[in-house]
Write a protein of this length. Structure first.
Length: 646
């Protein structure tokens, strides 16, 4: 191959390298412009004017880069310039290559030595090295910018820029603006204290999040004219990555977010989720205790703590009361705080030194464990364990009637009272609960009654223990055994989901425990002596005129179930003529039901989805309406029939 042919081949490769480098550097400059725009939009959303110039600026920058590279590589069009370029990189040629490519000046037949010297250089290696050096930098820049764009995700920004540019370029042919509320995206950012990541909800029918969460609602199109109403407050949309955006904070109560775009309207239900307070369970001391003498040494305190998000810190708190009769000294002491670094479950261990408390007969120590979470929105949440009471017995004086029942009866009375209140609430809320939920709660209360019964049996063993291995029955143990028998009956009724039958028995249990705990709580001063009164002689001898005022009946309390039923009936009637309006009405009804009848939230959402998709929701609405009606009363036998409608 002649020297001219070799240089010509190198020229073609250089022309290809220049063209490819121009394309690569054009792409690099275009990606640089897009990366800068996406980064700026992530910090501060760009306005409509800024979005309009993104695409023209990107094209102009890429074209300028292509033109600059082609201009700098224009010398590759001349074979003589290519030969000189090779001579510059191989000085040992001494211009033999430039001379050899001129067939008129140095023909091959007459200058074989010259041509041999020119062909002795590896021209392909020189061109290959320059080709790699030139294109390598462009490829590296292209890969780096591609990674940056993958992180920034400028797709929504470029689509918005394309729409803005098209609307500006063809204003006369602009079609009527479509509904900008059809394609929505909600980005929910939990409060910072939760340390939870943000998440995105596409086309949300409703938004459930912790109270205080930041909700950014995004849609396509310009932000002009889009308004969101939350109660009496209105927010105007601003420019966002997809087009428009509205930011709101999750309120503490369920509410409806109303979005408006000219004549279009869309409703979103905001369902706040409450951060629960920490749970604290005290393991040690295991029970209330009465000491017959002043204790010595140390008392171990152990508690299990838990929280749905994370624990901040916890500590032991004790209340020390000392004194006698009417002279008491009370001191509240909080132990050292123990940090839990956002753990969801932890154990707290501490010790209480009896020797440093200056205890004496009659002293009482109330111990509990307190835990806090990180909630800085509605809290912090505070969790408190049950209280353990440690009492040092006093010497029996002449006014004592009999030995006081042990202090565990106090905690049993509190537990029984709480269980009675929960059972009464269950009976009242039966209409709003599903059968499965009702049975589940009743069964749980049955287990709670059994726990109290076991504690009562343990107290009976303490009451009847004479300290030398034998047992004898006391007045207090007799009363407590009667309560234990009633507890068994209440446990069975709750276990078969009959809280109505268990409630009277549970009231008797509470009365017995109350009598036991108050057996020796008497006061020496202020007690009225019983006085016999002759009623026949004192009747009608008073001077009070006893003018009675007119009595008015108490106003009937509002029934939230009845109000929901009336609103649901109106929505059912509206569903036949205007399904979309009925769906909007059901959104408001569902928000109200989240607080008064939570069991209706799911079937109502199902009915809303059916109406919005154009399907018939009669059966779903009928099931929801039946759930609001009181359950039918079932007669177990013919003897229950009295001829009267209950």
């Amino acid at each position: 191959m002649t020297a001219r042919a070799r240089v010509r081949r190198a020229q073609y490769r250089m022309l290809g390298a220049v063209a490819l480098a121009a394309l690569l550097w054009g792409a690099v400059l275009a990606m640089t412009v897009v990366s800068l725009a996406a980064g700026a939009n992530a910090i501060v959303p760009l306005g409509a004017t800024a979005r309009q110039i993104i695409i023209p600026l990107t094209i102009a920058t890429a074209a300028a880069a292509v033109g600059l590279v082609l201009w700098r590589g224009r010398a590759a069009r001349s074979i003589e310039r290519v030969a000189l370029w090779i001579e510059e990189r191989e000085p040992s040629l001494n211009y033999t290559l430039v001379t050899a490519i001129d067939e008129t000046l140095a023909p091959l037949e007459q200058n074989r030595a010259l041509h041999a010297a020119a062909n002795g250089t590896d021209i392909d290696a020189i061109v290959r090295h320059a080709w790699r050096s030139s294109l390598g930098r462009a490829v590296v820049a292209l890969v780096v910018l591609g990674a940056v764009l993958a992180v920034l995700g400028p797709g929504d920004l470029l689509r918005a820029a394309e729409r803005e540019l098209a609307e500006r370029a063809m204003p006369a042919a602009r079609p009527p603006m479509a509904n900008r509320l059809l394609s929505l995206r909600a980005r929910v950012t939990p409060p910072p204290y939760t340390r939870l990541p943000a998440h995105v909800i596409e086309e949300p029918p409703n938004i459930a999040a912790l109270v205080g969460s930041r909700i950014m609602l995004e849609g396509t199109g310009s932000a002009d004219g889009i308004v969101a109403a939350l109660g009496a407050r209105e927010l105007s949309a601003t420019a966002g990555a997809r087009g428009w955006a509205i930011t709101e904070t999750m309120p503490p109560v369920p509410t409806v977010w109303t979005l408006r775009d000219r004549g279009y309207r869309r409703l979103l239900a905001l369902e706040p989720q409450t951060d629960s307070a920490p749970g604290v369970r005290l393991h040690l001391p295991a029970r209330d205790t009465t000491y017959q003498s002043v204790p010595k040494g140390k008392l171990d305190i152990d508690a299990a703590l838990s929280d749905d998000i994370g624990l901040d810190y916890g500590y032991v708190e004790y209340l020390l009361s000392s004194g006698s009769e009417e002279s008491f000294d009370t001191k509240l002491v909080a132990g050292a705080r123990e940090s839990f670094a956002n753990a969801r479950a932890a154990r707290l261990h501490a010790t209480l030194d009896f020797d440093t408390l200056a205890l004496s007969p009659g002293s009482v120590i109330h111990i509990r464990v307190i835990a806090y979470d990180y909630n800085d929105v509605t809290g912090p949440g505070k969790g408190v364990s049950e209280t353990r009471t440690l009492k040092i017995a006093e010497p029996v004086d002449s006014t004592s009637i009999n030995a006081a029942p042990p202090l565990p009866i106090d905690s049993m009375w509190i537990s029984q009272r709480l269980l009675n209140m929960r059972t009464d609430t269950l009976i009242r809320a039966r209409r709003s609960l599903s059968r499965e939920e009702f049975v589940h709660r009743s069964s749980a209360y049955s287990n709670g009654q059994e726990d109290i019964r076991k504690r009562a049996l343990a107290v009976i063993a303490l009451l009847e223990d004479n300290g030398v291995g034998d047992a004898f029955e006391t007045e207090a143990s007799k009363m407590l055994r009667q309560a234990v028998d009633l507890m068994w009956t209440a446990r069975e009724d709750l276990g078969v989901s009959q809280p109505d039958s268990a409630m009277p028995v549970m009231k008797k249990i509470l009365k017995i425990l109350d009598d036991l705990r108050l057996a020796n709580r008497y006061y020496l001063r202020g007690i009225l002596k019983p006085v016999a009164v002759n009623i026949e002689r004192t009747r009608l001898t008073g001077k009070d005129s006893a003018n009675a005022h007119a009595r008015t009946p108490r106003a009937e309390l509002d029934d939230p179930q009845r109000a929901l039923g009336s609103r649901l009936d109106a929505a059912v009637a509206l569903a036949r003529s205007s399904p979309s309006a009925a769906a909007d009405s059901l959104v408001y009804i569902r928000v109200s039901a989240l607080t008064s009848a939570p069991a209706l939230a799911q079937p109502l959402q199902h009915a809303i989805d059916l109406l919005r998709h154009g399907a018939t929701a009669d059966s779903a609405l009928a099931r929801t309406r039946r759930a609001l009606d009181p359950p039918a009363r079932v007669l177990e036998s013919a003897s229950d029939w009295s001829g009267l409608v209950p």
